[in-house]
Write a protein that binds this ligand. Structure first.
Ligand code: SAM
Length: 232
C-alpha cells in the first residue's frame, strides 16, 4: 500500500532537479514526453517477464521506478502496476494508457491482454513514498543511469520489495560499443547520466542485500535481485 497518493498530490519528495541528474535530464524528459513513445521501440517483454518470474510467489503489485510514460510497465502483466517517476509530463502520458494495452506504442490495443489501468505516483526513486515490503516486485528500465543517487534507489528497492520479491534492472552497458556511443551521446546533449557495467551493478545490488543474477548481456543487460526470504 502506498503511503502517499497519486500524481497531483502536493507531497513530492525533493525538487525534480534534486532527484534527477541536472537540468539537462529534467528538461529533456519533460519536453520529450509527448513524443517519447513515438521515438522508442517497445520494451523487451520476454526479458522483463523472465526477470519478474524469479520472484517467489505471485507478483500482484509491480512498481516501475522511473517508469516514465509506462512504456515498459505495460509490457508486463500484473494485477496492480504503479509507475513512479519524477517527471509530471511523462506520468501524464502514462495515464493515457489503455488498461489492456500491451508493450506496443500508445494507441495500439491488444487482444484482451491484462489488466487494470496504470497507477501513477510522482516522486524520487531514491526517496520513495512507500511502506516497507509494499510491493512484490520493482523494476527500472532504461532509467537507472538518469538517477543521481543510484545507491539510494537500490536501497529503497530493497526496503520496498517484500521478501521473496524481485528487483529487475535493465540498463545499458557502457563497455559495449553501442553503450560507449550512448554515453557520449547523452553527455553531448547535456545529460549527467552515470552508467554501470553489469558486474558493477550486480555488486551494488549485492551490497544492498539482494541475491543477484545476470539475466542477459549485451548493449542492454538485465540484473535481477531477489530479496532473501525472511529468516524463521
Ligand atoms: C529514458 S526514460 C525511461 C522511461 C521508462 N522506464 C521506459 O523504459 O520507457 C527515464 C525516466 O527516468 C525518470 N527519472 C529520472 N530520475 C528519476 C528519479 N530520481 N526518480 C524517478 N524517476 C526518475 C525520468 O523522468 C524519465 O521518465
Amino acid at each position: 500500500m502506498f503511503v502517499v497518493g497519486a500524481v497531483g498530490n502536493p507531497y513530492t519528495l525533493g525538487s525534480p532537479v534534486d532527484a534527477m541528474h541536472g537540468l539537462g535530464d529534467v528538461r529533456f524528459f519533460d519536453r520529450l514526453a509527448p513524443l517519447y513513445d513515438l521515438a522508442m521501440p517497445a520494451a523487451d517483454q520476454s526479458t522483463l517477464s523472465a526477470g519478474l518470474a524469479r520472484a517467489t510467489g505471485s507478483v500482484d503489485h509491480l512498481l516501475d521506478l522511473g517508469g516514465g510514460s509506462g512504456r515498459a510497465t505495460i509490457a508486463v502483466e500484473a494485477p496492480e502496476r504503479t509507475v513512479l517517476d519524477i517527471s509530471r509530463p511523462m506520468l501524464r502520458r502514462a495515464r493515457t494508457r489503455q488498461p489492456n494495452e500491451t508493450g506496443r506504442r500508445v494507441g495500439r490495443a491488444s487482444d484482451g491482454d491484462p489488466v487494470g489501468p496504470l497507477s501513477t505516483v510522482q516522486g524520487d526513486a531514491g526517496r520513495m513514498p512507500l511502506a516497507d515490503d509494499a510491493v512484490d516486485a520493482a523494476m527500472v528500465v532504461d532509467a537507472f543511469h538518469h538517477m543521481p543517487d543510484q545507491q539510494a534507489v537500490v536501497e529503497e528497492a530493497a526496503r520496498a520489495v517484500r521478501p521473496g520479491g524481485v528487483f529487475v534492472v535493465r540498463e545499458f552497458d557502457p563497455s559495449h560499443p553501442l553503450g560507449w556511443l550512448l554515453v557520449r551521446a547523452e553527455h553531448a546533449i547535456g545529460m549527467q547520466s552515470t552508467f554501470y557495467k553489469p558486474n558493477e551493478l550486480a555488486d551494488l545490488l549485492t551490497e544492498a542485500g539482494f541475491d543477484v543474477s545476470l539475466l542477459d548481456a549485451g548493449f542492454e543487460y538485465t540484473v535481477v535481485g531477489t530479496v532473501p526470504a525472511a529468516a524463521d
